[in-house]
Design a protein around this ligand. Structure first.
Ligand code: DP6
Length: 417
């Protein structure tokens, strides 16, 4: 009998940002946040976990190259410990019902874990949220834990805060909670992935030679030094949480876009207010903001928006927009941030927007009333890649015979030495 499960999990991009912890051990945030889960067609983590009495220790391989040292990885240990504890409780309960001899003591077995992303880590896209969500979800399936997704989110949260939101598809609220033990700091779904099918996303992968400050380190410096963050926590986020939830439920793009852009701006303002300051946006990021702002101005109606930008702890932009405006935005981005001739990854057009005319991207007419002289054209490959994606579903269990990442001996199938 093989005790093994494989599953995949999505990436999520916050529209009300999480930035700051009130407890760094339990990963309890200083404010609530809201995110959109993106389709796994473009971005996903995949994890296989096997439990066996033959394994001499618990081991984890990442992206088929690296074996992680688990002993100094407190966050991973916390997730493993918490799920094992629940499995042990479940085994005890089952023992009472069907007798101990009939229960597989999985909680006592070591694990072999293999995890990979279908997107390059070098692209600078956050992988910890999808990675930890996938780890915790796969464990819950392996251990057959009789708990809700919201309960499970409290464990994923201890791997990486934003991971708790990747356990749900669609639109997700991470309630900060107020209890010291973190038992009310959890994710809940606001609306499922098919609630607002017109909403789509473009991820602009911006070249970034320098490695920036990690979220974990950056946010605690902000907590320690930024008075603006305290203002945000007390006076801004609580109201925005309500308005954003309402905008999502009513599918009000104008309100959604306004709040998304303002919240991204304020998060980066808090980074600037940190002492010493943290800069995640670069010249390309700021130019993307200008293009989107100019595009929104072209409607001629204040308060009416056709696109919303948001940035996490790096220079990459995520642009949310309604389906009908996506071709315009891709055209604009590729006009101002063109690819070099040998950049074949620039835009793969997964939803066939441009059919046979892909060579025309960046050369199509600009939207009406768009002021094309407000900004210069950037050097080739300032944006390396544009990914077009949609709102997507939460983690999925894979049961195909080729889905496992482990070979028959329980070691990574594709390990590169
Ligand atoms: C800017 O979840 O990566 O993406 O909890 O320390 O692992 P840790 O941080 P992480 O922070 C994400 C910050 C953000 C905003 C967001 O996703 O809400």
């Amino acid at each position: 009998m093989l005790y093994e499960k494989t599953s995949t999990s999505p990436v999520n991009i916050a529209v009300i940002k999480y930035w700051g912890k009130r407890d760094t051990e339990l990963i309890l945030p200083t404010n609530s946040s809201i995110s959109v889960t993106l389709s796994q067609d473009q971005l996903q983590s995949k994890t296989t976990i096997r439990a066996s009495p033959k394994f001499t220790k618990t081991r984890l391989w990442l992206n088929n190259v690296e074996e992680l040292n688990l002993s100094n990885n407190a966050r991973l240990q916390n997730c493993l410990r918490a799920t094992k504890k629940l499995r042990k409780e479940y085994e005890d309960q089952l023992s009472d019902e069907i007798g101990r001899d009939n229960v597989i003591p999985l909680s006592t077995y070591n694990l072999h874990i293999c995890s990979e992303n279908n997107f390059p880590t070098a692209a600078g896209l956050a992988s910890s949220a999808s990675g930890f969500a996938c780890l915790v979800y796969t464990l819950s399936q392996l251990y057959e834990l009789p708990i809700s997704t919201t309960e499970l989110s409290k464990i994923a949260r201890q791997g990486s805060g934003s991971a708790c939101r990747s356990l749900f598809g669609g639109f997700v609220n991470w309630q900060m909670g107020t209890k010291q033990d973190g038992s009310d700091s959890q994710a809940l779904q606001i609306a499922s992935s098919d609630h607002w099918p017109e909403l789509e996303a473009l991820i602009c992968v911006v070249s970034d030679a320098k490695k920036s400050t990690s979220s974990t380190e950056g946010m605690q410096n902000t907590v320690k030094t930024s008075p603006l963050l305290q203002y945000r926590i007390n006076n801004v986020v609580p109201e925005r949480m309500k308005f954003m939830t309402d905008a999502i439920l009513r599918k009000d793009f104008n309100k959604f876009a306004e709040l998304t852009m303002k919240d991204s701006n304020q998060f980066h303002a808090c980074c600037l207010d940190t002492f010493p300051p943290i800069f995640y946006l670069n010249d390309i990021s700021r130019a993307i903001i200008r293009v989107i702002t100019e595009y929104n101005n072209s409607t001629g109606k204040p308060g009416e928006y056709k696109a919303a930008y948001t940035f996490d702890a790096g220079p990459n932009a995520v642009i949310y927009a309604l389906k009908q405006n996506i071709p315009d935005i891709i055209n604009l981005i590729s006009k101002y941030f063109p690819p070099s001739q040998n950049n074949l990854n620039y835009f793969s057009d997964p939803y066939n927007l441009f059919s046979n005319e892909s060579e025309k991207i960046g050369k199509l007419p600009l939207p009406n009333n768009f002021n094309e002289d407000f900004i210069h054209i950037f050097p080739n490959d300032s944006i390396k890649q544009i990914l077009h994606t949609r709102v997507g579903k939460g983690p999925r269990l894979k049961s195909g015979s080729n889905d496992s990442l482990l070979n028959s001996d329980g070691f990574p199938k594709n390990l590169k030495s």
